[in-house]
Design a protein around this ligand. Structure first.
Ligand SMILES: [Ca+2]
Length: 110
């Protein structure tokens, strides 16, 4: 991931902003997918260089991404990780064990 997203303007009052912490850096990304189909975006999906996708979500609704799943070009999950806010480290986790995003995602922290 490059640094482009860290330069995003501070758009107070806007919605679907997901904070992601990686290696001590903080990024703000837009949630662009509605995972549970309630009409409110709760997941940020990024395209990866190899044609796959990376999904990031705030599943405990504190405004910070805590789940990441990488998908291959066919949409199959290939890797998962869970963010530990106590240590600031992403821990590799079986995709089947990860909580699923729901509701209004990071917006529910507001
Ligand atoms: Ca939703």
């Amino acid at each position: 991931m490059d640094d482009n997203t860290s330069d995003a303007p501070d758009t107070a009052g806007s919605e679907d902003e997901l904070t992601v912490q990686i290696d001590g850096k903080e990024f703000t990304l837009a949630e662009n997918v509605d995972f549970d189909g309630d009409g409110r975006n709760d997941v940020t999906v990024l395209r990866t260089d190899d044609g796959g996708k990376l999904a990031l979500a705030d599943t405990d609704h504190d405004g910070v991404a805590d789940v990441a799943v990488e998908y291959d070009e066919y949409g199959n999950p290939v890797a998962g990780a869970e963010f530990d806010p106590a240590t600031g480290v992403w821990q590799v986790e079986d995709v089947d064990n990860l909580p699923t995003p729901s509701g209004d995602g990071a917006d529910e922290a507001r």
